[in-house]
Design a protein around this ligand. Structure first.
Ligand SMILES: NC(=O)C1=CN([C@@H]2O[C@H](COP(=O)(O)OP(=O)(O)OC[C@H]3O[C@@H](n4cnc5c(N)ncnc54)[C@H](O)[C@@H]3O)[C@@H](O)[C@H]2O)C=CC1
Ligand SMILES: CC(=O)C(=O)O
Ligand SMILES: [Mg+2]
Length: 370
């Protein structure tokens, strides 16, 4: 198969869809890989490293989209990229379609076969292609929150761990999955007073077993969230209903009643955010203030630590890339129900129920059109 890897163009996005060693796996199996010039340059992968792995370097994204049967990316395609997609071309990347109608409409129009990393599932009920980036973003969320609490960023001027004789900051994490668990690990490590809220008792049980008395766990209700958020110095938003727009668990009224100078890091912003006052920001200008509360809502957090993130992401995606390249999308999807869960759009039809519901569009079960 001909596989194309364009350079990412989102603000401060230095990740790349494939590292040179992954390219080599593909070329050793007889596939052709085309990579855009300088696609990995931001994180130390030279064009020569890709050539040595057997890839061909092309000067522009247009050439990559024109030649490739499968496009492998990291972030959702921006409008200029969407315009280059072709009927029956495979697009394998993060999509986050539920909060993004313009992208959904463009992908439907393209006729492409769009498989979203974030809705691919596994046998243990996990999301194996979201997990590595949630680990990164969960860990980063506490760094970002610690900065937001500094006076110069609009925060209350608090150190997360406090010091002897001064109490630590209160960190409340909404959602105890991958993001929440990794946020808890770092916040506990920094000495903060940490509480995780989840609606899954199993998630709370797992967290309790992992962190013991260092972590408080609370069952998620609107009342519990309100009480905790009003006492919090830092709130981390890490909830997810796979494929769907994030539920707005923190209302603008709650935000208005939060302590002045407190901070919210809404990691769930890629699915629209779980805080009513959240709107997506960029690494260039990551925070803004509403009602004296600092909001950090960067939708591509792992892009800031792009080298770590690219290795972590590509280790997870490579087996699926190899499978799609070897079998083609029809056979690969028909033989792997977990990969099939990743199929969001195909030949002008919406095949992800949650995305269809989010936009009030027609849902077509993938098995009826494959
Ligand atoms: N901004 C960024 O750069 C990044 C954002 N993310 C996003 O972070 C979010 C979380 O991802 P993961 O942790 O991997 O998901 P996950 O599926 O591992 O965890 C989500 C948790 O939310 C819980 N939950 C759902 N509804 C809830 C409710 N009403 N109250 C409390 N808890 C609730 C679930 O029970 C689950 O434990 C996703 O939207 C993901 O796309 C992930 C990576 C990077
Ligand atoms: C998952 C996601 O949105 C990211 O890694 O940027
Ligand atoms: Mg206030």
């Amino acid at each position: 198969m001909k596989i194309g890897v364009p350079k990412e163009i989102k603000n401060h996005e230095y990740r790349v869809g494939m590292v040179p060693s992954a390219v080599k796996e593909l070329t050793l199996q007889g596939h052709q890989v085309f990579i855009e010039q300088n696609a990995g340059a931001g994180i130390g992968f030279s064009d020569q490293a890709y050539i040595d792995a057997g890839a061909e370097v092309l000067a522009t994204a247009a050439e990559i989209f024109a030649i490739a049967e499968m496009i492998v990316k990291v972030k959702e395609p921006l409008a200029v990229e969407r315009a280059m997609l072709k009927h029956d071309q495979i697009l394998f990347t993060y999509l986050h379609l539920a909060p993004d109608l313009p992208q959904t409409e463009d992908l439907l129009k393209s006729g492409a076969v769009c498989i979203a990393y974030e809705t691919v599932t596994d046998d243990r009920g996990g999301l194996p292609l979201l997990a590595p980036m949630s680990e990164v973003a969960g860990r980063m969320s506490i760094q970002a929150g610690a900065m937001a609490l500094e006076k110069s960023h609009g925060g209350r001027g608090m150190l997360l761990g406090g010091v002897p004789g001064v109490a630590p900051a209160k960190v409340v994490i909404i959602g105890g999955g991958m993001v929440g668990t990794n946020a808890a690990q770092i916040a506990i490590g920094m000495g903060a007073d940490v509480t995780v809220v989840d609606r899954s008792i199993d998630a709370l049980r797992r967290l309790n077993a992992q962190f013991g008395a260092a972590l408080k766990t609370v069952y998620s209700t609107a009342d519990a969230i309100e009480k905790l958020v009003l006492e919090a110095d830092l709130v981390i938003g890490g909830v997810l209903i796979p494929g769907a727009a994030a539920p707005k668990l923190i209302t603008k009224e709650m935000v208005a009643k939060m302590k002045p100078g407190s901070a919210i890091v809404d990691v769930a912003i890629d699915q629209g955010g779980c805080v009513e006052t959240s709107k997506a920001t960029t690494h260039q200008d990551p925070t803004y203030i509403v009602d004296d509360v600092v909001h950090y809502c960067v939708a591509n957090m792992p892009g800031a630590v792009a080298r770590t993130s690219t290795f972590a992401l590509n280790s997870a995606t490579l087996p699926y890339i190899l499978k799609l390249a070897k079998l083609g999308y029809k056979e690969a999807l028909m033989h792997d129900r977990h990969l099939l869960n990743g199929l969001n759009v195909m030949h002008g039809k919406l095949t992800c129920r949650e995305v269809a519901e989010a936009h009030g569009l027609e849902y077509t079960p993938a098995t009826t059109i494959l």
